[in-house]
Design a protein around this ligand. Sequence first.
Ligand code: BGP
Length: 478
Amino acid sequence: MALSKDFLWGGATAANQCEGAYREGGRGLANVDVIPHGPDRQAVMRGTRRMLEPDGEHFYPAMYGIDFYHHYKEDIRMFGEMGFKVFRLSIAWSRIFPQGDETEPNEEGLRFYEDVFRECHKYGIEPLVTITHFDCPIHLIEAYGGWKNRKLIDFYKNLVTILFTRYKGLVKYWITFNEINMILHLPFMGAGLLFEDGEDQTAAKYLSAHHELVASAWATKIAHEIDPENKVGCMMAAGDYYPYCSLPEDVWAAKGKDHENLMFIDVQARGYYPAYARKQFERMGLDLGITEEDRRMLREYTVDFVSFSYYSSRCITTQEGVGETIGNAFKGTRNPYLKASEWGWQIDPLGLRITMNSLYDRYQKPLFIVENGLGAKDELVDDGHGSYTVDDQYRIDYLREHIQAFKQAVEEDGVELLGYTPWGCIDLVSASTGEMAKRYGFIYVDRDNQGNGSMKRYKKKSFEWYKKVIASNGEDLA
Ligand code: BGP
């Protein structure tokens, strides 16, 4: 059995990593704008270094991105040329509500996304919209403490009501929060959280996560009420944990790490906090202030599909002296059987099939792979026809192996999969490092880590390859 003819092939981006134009069209300042490139980035992303406005010393790559704001027509035309059926992008909250707590939206921001969605439809491309991909208006952080504050639920409800109403008929696939479990690792970037010295960070993260989970349930309810055609998904940074060896303690440690991530999706897809989480909160003496209404919302408004990013499997051990690795902000044990990217993210295509089986067994809901790919250094070379290109065979190899893996999950294991949107289909700013040099795209963008470059777009070798993959519905991967 091959992939269904409706399979959604495409690519994924996020506003903060590609739009730029951070002060245009009435847009307000957001957390993502003030996360600098360079050695201070980690501390800012983690919420331990306070930076709520730009200073003269740092470079802030998200402010400029790849200037998708002004290049979207050209970019979407190129996606159309590759045959995309779907394009994942996110809304910059502060374009719609510059401060976050206004009652009336910013018309210019709304119009920008409307134009983008119309442009997509010109090429038969369905938008897949992440409502929040890491961004939170700065004012909501300064005045309310970001997602630590329950009031954010109301501001988010206001945002989604506007979005679902305005884009009815233009958008039907929605994701409420990108990588919701990232809040545990990069809390300022993920949820606008800043910590005081001595503050119980874990408590603050779970409290904020609860507010996001309730907001997500509200979004699902409102989306369905405004248009029954709407499909709403949750989104996790996925990748099953492997025990480093068969030592029962290692197996148990892997189970614990999986629980840590799956807890969010358990709530969004099954409708309640699982027993292991309730016990954990009890042990920690955590009161999340869960109301009866919260419980009802979570129970009644579970998601329609489960989307996730997959870059690697993960590994964990209880033993001392074993090598470490990092991938997508998740520290773990280095798996000796896997090779790694130039940034040390380990590569495991079979892990994608394993992860898909775990998620499908657990939730029995359609899955959507909304991020996957290889961040690599690319070299722009003369293509011999008066232009430039990149010979990114390494990227083609990575993607081919992952496509083969998800096809096996679908065709041999019976997993339901709605689509595949590899990350950074056009080069964009790296979330973890703020670099431009870490490229994922089928399209090269002339821009460097310091912000120099013409912003011109070039097709890489993988561009033609992916076009063929889509045209053959994944049959021709050569
Ligand atoms: C995920 C994020 C993306 C993206 C991707 C690749 O965590 O959802 O925004 O950036 O990882 O990571 P990086 O850009 O650090 O290579």
